[in-house]
Design a protein around this ligand. Structure first.
Ligand SMILES: C[S@@+](CC[C@H](N)C(=O)[O-])C[C@H]1O[C@@H](n2cnc3c(N)ncnc32)[C@H](O)[C@@H]1O
Length: 249
């Protein structure tokens, strides 16, 4: 178990707003296709979705033929939304509340999907705890795929992404644990947001190796081939990145 006080589940306060943000074009045209491309054929695979949020990607992988899907998230409100959707449209997905730091082994999975998990680590130690949880839940030879705030971003690229429905600002000077604030205007004229934390790309590489995960690398985000508009400006030094690693067989 984790040797820290229980974390505040920030998403308990923004569950509905975050779920609505899943409809933004950048998520549909860039985030999801990047993730599905990394996943490849998931038919028959056992999948751990960590963090699952409201189950958006858990459902996507179940619909793509995964053999089983288990979702975990720190936020009870997000898991409640996931349960409610599962109740309305059953896909056989299980969801539970849990902290990825110190989760231990909850199964033996072919694939761990970590969309926006590692960017919640404030320190290399927290990142190591997350990476160890991934290792502990992968079969030998199993794969990790994910989407993350992109720590390779040039300083000049933080700021205004209004054309894409959000802003992303960095606490300066950039240092290990710097706060990255994401803000999203909502349809009722308000804004909501959440904080990610910056760790150097080299920290990711060192920590994943220390956790026993092989072949860790960031993978540039890409737009769906069918994307109607030109996404090259968004994709240049993109605010989000794919990532992959595997547990050696
Ligand atoms: C940006 S949302 C992404 C949710 C989902 N992966 C998606 O892409 O729709 C980040 C999620 O991470 C969860 N989270 C943050 N820290 C966590 C932790 N230590 N353990 C488990 N979940 C965590 C939050 O509650 C939130 O639901």
């Amino acid at each position: 178990m984790a040797d820290h006080a229980p974390r505040h589940a920030e998403y308990d306060d923004i569950a509905a707003e975050y779920a609505a943000s899943k409809q933004l074009p950048f998520r549909i045209v860039v985030e999801a296709p990047t993730l599905f491309d990394l996943a490849g054929d998931v038919r028959g695979l056992s999948v751990l979705d960590l963090p699952c949020g409201d189950g958006t990607y858990s459902r996507a992988f179940a619909r793509r033929g995964a053999g089983s899907v288990l979702g975990f998230d720190l936020s009870g409100a997000m898991v409640e939304r996931a349960h409610s959707i599962e109740h309305q449209e059953p896909l056989g997905i299980s969801y539970q509340v849990g902290d990825a730091d110190g989760l231990g082994t909850v199964g033996n999975f072919d694939l761990v999907v970590a969309c926006y998990l590692f960017n919640y680590a404030h320190t290399a130690g927290e990142l190591l705890a997350f990476a160890r949880t991934v290792w502990a839940n992968l079969k030998p030879g199993g794969r990790l795929i994910g989407i993350n705030d992109n720590p390779r971003t040039a300083l000049a690229r933080y700021g205004d992404y209004a054309a894409y429905g959000f802003s992303r600002t960095l606490e300066l000077p950039r240092h290990e644990g710097s706060r990255i604030r994401y803000s999203f205007p909502t349809s009722d004229g308000k804004t909501f947001g959440f904080d990610n934390f910056w760790l150097a790309p080299e920290t990711y590489e060192q920590v994943f190796a220390e956790a026993g995960l092989a072949d860790f690398r960031f993978v540039d985000a890409q737009a769906a081939p069918s994307a109607g508009q030109d996404w090259s400006d968004f994709l240049r030094d993109c605010p989000i990145t794919g990532l992959v690693a595997r547990r050696p067989g």
